[in-house]
Ligand binder design. Structure first.
Ligand code: PEP
Ligand code: MG
Length: 841
């Protein structure tokens, strides 16, 4: 008997059924049976049995049929381990044949009986006999005549009589479903959803509750929350005289569930069954500890519960549902945290293209900064500013961006670039600002001189045309699709609070400006992990001063500029310290890759000539002289600090003076000063000596006392290898995984976008290593550096501050490596915090 065959198990409260032996649907049905809900009798066929069936070894199918009352009709539905992995479509009304049809015609009416039989014949023909569905196109109506036509069509095509024996029918259905699971397209589809190659399929054989016949009959679904908002609200569909998922078909004339002035409702039609349904749904929510969509059938006024699946939900609904269930004590806070995917949070933080909106995709690039925005195309920063001044939303389109574009980026709603990768200028700045950004859109042609971009299909978009940049997917869309607003509400804040309570690795933010710092503070970041001081000069008016400093030829000229820079920096730092209210602030000394700061066009050069009182020819000559073949490996970072020490001296002074200033009205501030791009111990010694000297000078000038922490940014492979001799001079090591990835792979962070998708597609890299930390290679360097650093200084603080700091997989790696914190763009702090919490649970 079935009870003794572990491969085919009658679903009872105690039967041995598990997700990984019989699938999620089987397990869920068992839970419903335990709750004593009116579930039709069900037999679960195990993964094992399905595998054997696919190989042609059938279980005792007659024994399965004998589990059900004589003359019952059956349905078979898939039960994969994770419902998201899909499975073959359900087959209904198995068991019906000519004789049963005549019987049912007498009890439920000829029309409904013919509908049952026709449905089975057609689905058997298509799914089991693999006949062309078109063959039934000429069958009209659904009475006896239509049934006969369907049977004739089947028999003409197969030259066989339609099988009459229920066990034969069931065996054939089981076999076809088992084989469909092994088909290539089904395999690829589920693997794309994260299923392992050997994912199992179970099958469910369930007695049909018809949904067609005399009295009130029909089928539908009901849930207790709105899928978009997550707020309590009974929603669903019901269709009279229907089966399966008919009520969900797009054009089905479905009925309202609850009373509605617009038309008849299930509630009015069968008030008792409806009340029972609501009660069952509430019980399922409570005991299955999830918001469920209930599949039900009303048969002659009587309610049957066929199944329950987790309700589909938007990102905001996911958060609200998890928090509500925890608030009601149905699940724990930890479980609520585990149920929200970190990625969904980033969708909540930004406006998004409405998931149901139609997308007219005209280009594709790297999803560099999440969120979506619509605007008219502009091709220069100044046009973006003009557009913003007119109150017209615009999208800034550039080959790539440089500091000259910052004003334009502030004015634009989104940025689209032809070049660049996940750590390119546009991407880093865009993420910092929370500005949607797609970079490296290499499948579009950018003819910037003619102010055009051309889609792969040849469509030309010119200045003023409206497009939408979706920085969450990397798509560029024509026109203005429907949008969904950001949804930061109380439930989000509460969930974040819970995450904070359990996470055991610190989350800081990369913040360069007071606005960034405020965002970081609002998201409760544990301080600033990286303030890129050169970014403080991206503001209008300041860029020129920065350039003057870089350009100064004599020490005297440079000192004059530095004197103007000092108060600006001091004010910047004072503001950061105040906003962060005693949280640590790690300030990185200047690291301007020169190519990002030299004026790239004539207009910029003219502006600089004016500011410096120079001739254009002088400026062009200087630019030419300073242009480097390989600026990312040139005179940047600590190399600038060592060769032109007065720059770092000015910055150190600004930091210490700000420290005194900000400590006046609050807790004493302990600034962290970080030296970028170190590759040799001596660099650290030189900078440390000079910073210490400035500290001593400021202390004595101001008669003040303060302390500070000096550390090194480890972003060259050599710094990792030599960490043991570098660490004794440092209070902390912070790994700059952007440059470290660039240098470990020998892969330009600004150019890799051109071929990255090709590389990932061909499986050369599993992922873009600028996006997800390469734990094998770069990760080994991190571990090595951490280990050697700790050996020299056991209590040294370790962290990463590259873009990987906001990536959940990379955070897992840092946590396992015993790092103290990760630092990421302010808008990624919530994502990182939730990921960190999940790792700690
Ligand atoms: C890094 O290299 O990882 C880093 C954080 O610095 P930047 O991106 O400014 O080079
Ligand atoms: Mg760097």
């Amino acid at each position: 008997a079935v009870q003794n065959d572990p491969n085919t198990t009658l679903v009872t409260p105690t039967a041995p059924i598990a997700n990984d032996t019989h699938g999620g649907r089987a397990k869920c049905l068992q839970r419903l049976v335990r709750l004593e809900l009116p579930v039709p009798s069900t037999v679960a066929v195990s993964f094992n049995a399905v595998q054997q069936i696919a190989r042609g070894q059938l279980p005792d199918v007659q024994a399965v049929v004998d589990q059900f009352p004589k003359g019952a009709l059956l349905c078979v539905r898939p039960s994969s381990q994770d419902p998201d992995w899909g499975g073959p479509g359900a087959v209904l009304n198995i068991g019906i044949n000519d004789a049963l049809f005549e019987n049912y015609a007498k009890t439920i009416g000829e029309g409904p009986a013919a509908a049952l039989y026709s449905r089975f014949v057609q689905s058997y023909a298509v799914n089991v006999a693999r006949l062309d569905p078109d063959m039934f196109d000429d069958v009209n109506g659904d009475g006896r005549a239509a049934l006969m036509e369907s049977l004739r069509a089947y028999e003409a095509e197969t030259e066989e009589r339609f099988p009459q024996d229920p066990a034969t029918q069931l065996a054939a259905v089981l076999r076809s479903m088992a084989r469909a699971w092994n088909g290539t397209s089904a395999r690829l589809l589920r693997q794309a959803k994260g299923a392992p190659a050997d994912a199992g399929l179970g099958l469910i054989v369930q007695e049909m509750a018809f949904g067609v016949g005399q009295g009130q009959c029909g089928s539908g679904v009901l849930q207790l929350v709105d899928s978009d908002t997550g707020l309590p609200q009974i929603t669903g569909r019901y269709l009279s005289q229907s089966q399966g998922r008919d009520a969900l078909e797009g054009d089905a004339a479905a009925m309202y569930l609850t009373r509605d002035p617009r038309g008849p409702s299930l509630e009015e039609l069968v008030p008792e069954a409806f009340a029972e349904l609501k009660e069952h749904a509430a019980l399922m929510r409570k005991r299955l500890r999830a918001e469920m969509q209930v599949e039900f059938v009303i048969d002659q006024g009587k309610l049957h519960i066929l199944d329950g699946v987790k309700v589909a939900r938007s990102s905001r609904a996911a958060v609200r549902i998890a928090v509500a269930l925890a608030d009601e004590g149905i699940i724990s806070r930890e479980e609520a945290l585990m149920r929200v995917q970190p990625r969904t949070l980033s969708e909540l933080l930004h406006r998004q293209v409405d998931p149901s909106a139609k997308r007219d995709v005209i280009g594709r690039g790297i999803a560099a900064s999440p969120g979506a925005a619509t605007g008219r195309i502009v091709f220069s920063a100044s046009d973006a500013q003009a557009s913003a001044a007119r109150g017209e939303p615009c999208i800034l389109v550039r080959r790539e961006t440089s500091p000259e574009d910052i004003r334009g980026m502030h004015a634009a709603r989104a940025v689209l670039t032809e070049r660049g990768g996940i750590t390119s200028h546009a991407a880093v700045i865009g993420r910092g600002m929370g500005l949607p950004c797609v970079v490296g859109a290499t499948n579009m042609r950018f003819i910037v001189t003619q102010r055009q971009i051309i889609a792969p299909d040849g469509r030309v978009f010119v200045e003023g045309d409206q497009i939408t940049v979706d920085g969450s997917t990397g798509q560029v869309l024509a026109g203005a699709p429907q949008m969904q607003e950001a949804a930061l509400d109380d439930t989000f804040t509460r969930l974040m609070g819970w995450a904070e309570d359990v996470a055991d690795i610190g989350i800081r933010a990369n913040a360069d400006t007071p606005a960034d710092a405020q965002t970081a503070r609002n998201f409760n970041a544990h301080g600033i992990g990286l303030c890129r001081t050169e970014h403080m000069f991206f503001e209008p008016g300041r860029l020129t001063v920065m350039r003057e400093m870089i350009f100064a030829e004599s020490g005297e000229d440079r000192r004059a500029v530095l004197e103007r820079l000092l108060p600006m920096q001091r004010d910047d730092f004072t503001q950061l310290f105040r906003i962060m209210q005693g949280q640590p602030v790690c300030i990185r000394l200047f690291d301007p890759p020169l190519h990002e700061f030299l004026p790239s066009d004539k207009a910029g050069q003219r502006e600089l000539a004016e500011a410096l009182g120079l001739q254009m020819s002088d400026v062009t000559r200087r630019v030419a002289a300073m242009t480097e073949y390989n600026p990312m490996l040139g005179l940047r970072g600590v190399r600038l600090g060592v060769t032109v020490p007065e720059i770092y001296e000015m910055q150190a002074r600004a930091i210490f003076e700000a420290t005194i200033e900000a400590s006046r009205d609050g807790e004493p501030v302990v600034p962290e000063i970080m030296i970028p791009l170190v590759s040799a111990r001596r660099e650290v010694e030189l900078v440390k000596a000079s910073v210490d000297a400035v500290a001593a000078a400021v202390r004595s000038e101001r008669d003040a006392s303060f302390t500070y922490r000096l550390g090194v940014m480890v972003e060259t492979p050599r710094a990792c290898l030599r960490a043991e001799e570098i660490a004794p001079h440092c209070a902390f090591l912070s790994f700059g995984t952007n440059d470290l990835t660039q240098m470990t792979y020998g892969l330009s962070r600004d150019d890799a976008g051109r071929f990255m998708s090709n590389y990932v597609q061909q499986g050369v890299y599993p992922e873009d290593p600028f996006h997800v930390l390469d734990t094998d290679g770069v990760g080994e360097l991190l571990q090595l550096g951490a280990e050697r650093g700790r050996k020299a200084q056991p209590g040294i603080t370790l962290s990463i501050c590259g873009e990987h700091g906001g990536n959940p997989e990379s955070i897992a790696f840092c946590r396992e490596s015993g790092f103290d914190y990760v630092s990421c763009s302010p808008f990624r702090v919530p994502v990182a915090r939730l990921a960190a919490a999940q790792l700690a649970i």
